[in-house]
Write a new protein. Structure first.
Length: 186
């Protein structure tokens, strides 16, 4: 089972980089299976991620693998604790979403029917330092009302029952941000 989960994380990590949803060391994906969380290792680059760069932790944050989890593991754990229905998380750094986060407060306007159906709303949460419990808490609170969150000057978090679902919600957030940005900038 863990081989399949790790392969999914590698596949969608590379796809996120390929589609411009993150760059360099940014972003991380995770999958929850029971009390275990499989997450990108700290320092791994999504573009050339391997199964060996997937860390495994338990729901208390204890490292169970030979590689350390992403510094954002607190955020992932907090979301999983607040939303038992969530089995996968995409935390990415897409450029239009980050740009929009500096211009929009409250919520990003929904433009397309697809975004309205699958996301319903896209709140923008205030800036909190990366990797902190503060950030984890504010995001975990926001996902009680939405499956897609934009973090001011940082990126996005989307959730789903599968990594595929979380990933495609992330694409919809970035499309929404890009369309909003283009219509506002004309």
């Amino acid at each position: 089972m863990s081989r399949v989960i790790k392969a999914q994380l590698v596949k969608y990590s590379r796809l996120a980089h390929e589609r411009g949803l993150t760059a360099a060391f940014g972003g991380n994906l995770s999958i929850r299976k029971g009390n275990l969380v499989f997450i990108k290792a700290t320092g791994a680059v999504m573009d050339d991620m391997t199964r060996e760069q997937v860390a495994v932790i338990d729901m208390s944050g204890r490292q169970l693998s030979g590689v350390r989890p992403s510094s954002e593991y607190r955020l992932h754990l907090a979301v999983y604790r607040n939303r038992p229905d969530v089995k996968a998380i995409a935390h990415l750094h897409p450029p239009y979403s980050i740009a929009a986060s500096t211009l929009v407060s409250g919520e990003l306007p929904i433009i397309t029917p697809e975004a309205e159906i699958y996301l319903k709303r896209i709140p923008v949460v205030p800036f909190r330092p990366a990797g902190t419990q503060e950030l984890a808490d504010i995001v975990a609170e926001a996902v009680l009302q939405s499956d897609a969150i934009i973090m001011e000057r940082h990126g996005i978090v989307t959730v789903g029952r599968t990594l595929r679902e979380a990933f495609y919600k992330a694409e919809l957030v970035e499309e929404s941000a890009r369309l909003w940005y283009l219509t506002e900038r004309e």
